[in-house]
Design a protein around this ligand. Structure first.
Ligand code: ZN
Ligand code: ZN
Length: 341
């Protein structure tokens, strides 16, 4: 057995973290603009929002085709999602809460199918402390650890219908409060889902109307607005969040790993055929595991340093492209009975 494999887990984690920090610092020294994190954060926010609005305008004017607007807006909102995650970790305007809260509010509006960023901050911090454990609310809300079937697919791809798991979470997690999570849906998540379920209801009515004439549930002017918002806002965000939930819930392990064992909390998941999913979540499968080792680097930096970080992670035993996680329901070991904690 090699010397590397004999190292205690803690030592391996420290060595990987040291390489990630070294790679990040080296890059910042080489490109001093990377030190201007506040400026970069503000530019990412403004550019993403501006492109989103421009695409939407061009589509509404009949200049841009619907499919292109749909894809480009999903892409723009994926940057906003990463930006929110960095804000949760105080990486921009750390000493100016008013600016942070303004950024979070703007992001929540543009990327409406998630609960409030302030509630997310609470469950995301819990995620870093408890990844892979029963009380990791954030990952469990997107299906991590569930057996593949209709229920997991609904949980991953529709954030509103994720409530089908709430009772189970409530029974298992003392910190999970129904009152708190429903409160965190108001108002943006509610508005977003009113549009989405109006669209679904209208489609249902169209099908029924083919067989039997029924009075439409909504006036025409309302459906015209809903259909436009489906292309520019609701549809793109459902695509973005679906891709993210799918990749994230499969790059985290669940249920049979020790608390704080960062080596086993995540894998690097980036086979070529998952590229379409990674496209709408800023290569989350390729870079999120790096974030578990070093929390205070912005998302774009993680992408740049990933080759060096991956080399260290591979050397010290982090898993890569463990596709069998899909059939093991994200357990780290072959059998769920090998529970270590
Ligand atoms: Zn994570
Ligand atoms: Zn984080």
């Amino acid at each position: 057995m090699s010397k590397t494999l004999n190292l205690p887990e803690r030592e391996k984690i420290q060595r990987i973290s040291a390489v990630i920090r070294y790679a990040g610092d080296k890059l910042v020294r080489k490109f001093p603009i990377l030190k201007r994190q506040n400026l970069l954060g503000a530019l990412i926010l403004l550019t993403s929002c501006f492109c989103f609005l421009l695409n939407s305008y061009l589509y509404i004017q009949g200049i841009m085709p619907a499919w292109l607007c749909f894809i480009l807006n999903a892409f723009c909102t994926s940057f906003l999602h990463e930006l929110e995650h960095d804000l949760i970790h105080n990486l921009y305007f750390g000493t100016r809460p008013f600016i942070q809260n303004t950024f979070m509010t703007i992001i929540w509006i543009f990327r409406g199918n998630l609960i409030s960023p302030w509630y997310r901050k609470m469950i995301h911090m819990l995620h870093h402390r408890e990844a892979g454990q029963t009380i990791d609310i954030e990952e469990r809300l997107i299906g991590n650890g569930m057996k593949y079937g209709l229920k997991r697919l609904i949980t991953m791809f529709d954030t509103a219908l994720g409530w089908i798991n709430f009772n189970e979470l409530k029974q298992q997690i003392p910190q999970f409060s129904l009152k708190q999570i429903w409160g965190a849906t108001f108002p943006i998540f509610i508005i977003f889902n009113v549009i989405w379920f109006s669209f679904l209801t209208h489609q249902g009515w169209k099908i029924i109307n083919l067989i039997h004439t029924v009075v439409p549930p909504f006036p025409e002017w309302y459906i015209a607005i809903v259909n436009t918002l489906m292309i520019v806002y609701v549809g793109p965000n459902i695509l973005r969040q679906g891709c993210l939930s799918f990749v994230s819930s499969n790059c985290h392990y669940y249920g049979d790993i020790k608390k704080a064992d960062i080596l086993k909390q995540t894998q690097v998941l980036q086979p070529w055929y998952l590229f379409p999913f990674q496209l709408f979540c800023f290569n989350f499968g390729g870079t999120h595991a790096i974030h578990h080792f070093v929390i205070d680097q912005p998302f774009y930096l993680r992408q740049f340093i990933s080759p060096l970080a991956h080399a260290a992670m591979k050397k010290y035993g982090v898993r890569f492209n463990d596709i069998a996680t899909f059939i093991r329901n994200n357990r780290y070991y072959d059998s769920a009975s090998l529970v270590l904690s």
